[in-house]
Design a binder for this molecule. Structure first.
Ligand code: TYD
Ligand code: MG
Length: 455
């Protein structure tokens, strides 16, 4: 046994900062009462050991020209959306962290991908039994696959199985359940998470085997445990969506091997997650009758143009303080738009309740939604429907001016593709191409919108 030196330290459970002494407030993230004592045991021994003694040799500096890269080898996962978010597949040796709220579908997504892969995959679960995983796999109805299932939480045992089975890809569900013998604190504590991740990263880099880690997220949306985890891994993916709806969005928060602008959309069905390749057609309800308060916004999520439906309801306030409630849209932004409407267009909305909803349960933060939101609110307020084949893509500024948005041509083309008749954009939005198969209406001020729609 190697030399053992017991050591205690205090870790902030919020940001992962390490302190020698207890303090009431973490000086790094300023949160109170987050320091917890954890016992560390240091040994020279590590869970993942390479046989080559050359491992301890210091590495040599090389010029970029001398470093050879095998031309873009990526492991395709046969899941178009997952590949797209990763930038074209998994890079060998990459460590991918997949975060998301409980019950959102992380285990389903990774198991589904593991089952589909033609490579040998080791799916390690610390949360479910082998029987439970088998039941889930049957639901996902993949007949034959090369996926091995292991239920284990101790990294030493996991590595033993890895050596015995030599998988091409390893999935860990979840990093918070793992523990290593070399650290004495409980599974899920900061020091355990950090040590287990470090062991897995070392394994991934030395053997060029990609590792997908599932991570839980906390109430405030961070990956549980330290932010530090996000710095250690190559790629951080977030799986999100409203649990009451079926749509799920996969986005990259960090990607060392690709863009973070890409986005994958899935639909949760009774037999697993289905890739959504034509999101706009699904997110828009094909209403037959004219109803007031609904509009279509041409937005961009990542690189993908997406047409979504916005619904607003404006009614007389029943309580003294009017209510403002939003789903999928920033509430502060709504308040700002209401103030602009009040001040610049003379609509008295101060005594009205305003409810705003982006259908499909997805959350969108794109300033180009502004104009559609304003139009939906006005339509509901006036009880005057907007033609169903109209859509909007522009930002609204504080003085009531309509501002240009990025990549407007892509939005126009998507609207054209889906058979829309007209799109409203900002008057000073630069357009390279001028002939679209859709009417492009230019407006500069909110007043012009009111005139165009309701007069
Ligand atoms: P799960 O993958 O267990 O979530 P996580 O690992 O993120 O906690 O997903 C659980 C939810 O998905 C559960 O509420 C049931 C639902 N589900 C389906 O709707 N269809 C399916 O085929 C499967 C496997 C799960
Ligand atoms: Mg799970």
């Amino acid at each position: 046994m190697a030399k053992v030196k017991a050591k205690k330290a205090y870790f902030c459970q919020n940001c992962g900062a390490q302190y020698a002494k207890w303090m009431g407030q973490c000086s790094s993230c300023n949160n109170w009462n987050t320091l917890v004592e954890e016992v560390l045991v240091k040994t020279e021994e590590k869970a993942w050991k390479t046989n080559e003694p050359s491992n301890s040799k210091a590495s040599k500096a090389l010029t970029l020209n001398d470093i050879t890269v095998d031309n873009e080898i990526r492991i395709r996962t046969y899941d178009g959306e997952f590949d797209r978010v990763l930038g074209g597949g998994i890079v060998p040796g990459a460590v991918i962290l997949l975060g998301g709220e409980p019950g959102i579908g992380k285990s389903t997504l990774t198991l589904q991908i593991a089952l589909k892969l033609p490579y040998k995959t080791l799916y390690v679960s610390g949360e479910e039994s082998q029987r439970q995983i088998k039941m889930r796999a049957e639901r996902l109805s993949q007949e034959k696959s090369n996926c091995l299932i292991l239920t284990e939480t101790k990294t030493q045992h996991i590595f033993k199985q890895i050596v015995a089975t030599t998988p091409d890809i390893v999935v860990i569900d979840s990093i918070q359940t793992l523990h290593t013998d070399f650290i004495e604190s409980a599974a899920g504590s900061i020091s355990q998470i950090r040590a287990c991740t470090a062991e897995l990263i070392k394994f991934a880099k030395e053997t060029n085997t990609p590792v997908i880690l599932i991570g839980h997220i906390t109430k405030d949306g961070n990956i549980a445990g330290p932010k530090i985890l996000e710095h250690m891994v190559d790629t951080v993916l977030q799986f999100e969506g409203d649990r009451n709806y079926t749509y799920r969005i996969l986005r990259a928060l960090k990607n060392r091997f690709g863009s973070t602008a890409e986005l994958g959309i899935y639909e949760m069905q009774h037999n697993g997650l289905r890739e959504v390749t034509n999101p706009s057609e699904i997110l828009i309800s094909n209403k037959s009758e004219d109803l007031s308060g609904t509009t279509i916004a041409a937005t961009l999520e990542g690189m993908r143009p997406l047409l979504i439906e916005i619904q607003a309801l404006v009614s007389t306030a029943v309580y003294g303080t009017p209510q403002r409630s939003t789903t999928g849209f920033n509430a502060k932004r709504l308040n700002m738009l209401l103030a602009v409407l009040e001040k610049r267009a003379g609509f008295r909305l101060g005594a009205k309740d305003v409810f705003l909803n982006i259908t499909g349960g997805i959350k969108i933060e794109d300033p180009a939604l502004d104009l559609a939101v304003v139009a939906a609110i006005l339509s509901s307020n006036e009880d005057c429907p907007i033609p169903p084949k109209y859509c909007f893509a522009a930002e609204v500024g504080l003085v009531g001016e309509v501002r240009p948005v990025n990549r407007v041509e892509q939005r126009i083309l998507e609207a054209e593709k889906l058979g829309f008749e007209a799109i409203f954009i900002a008057g000073n939005n630069k357009l390279g191409k001028r002939d679209f198969g859709i009417r492009v209406l230019l407006i500069n001020k909110i007043e012009e919108l009111v005139e165009a729609l309701f007069s």
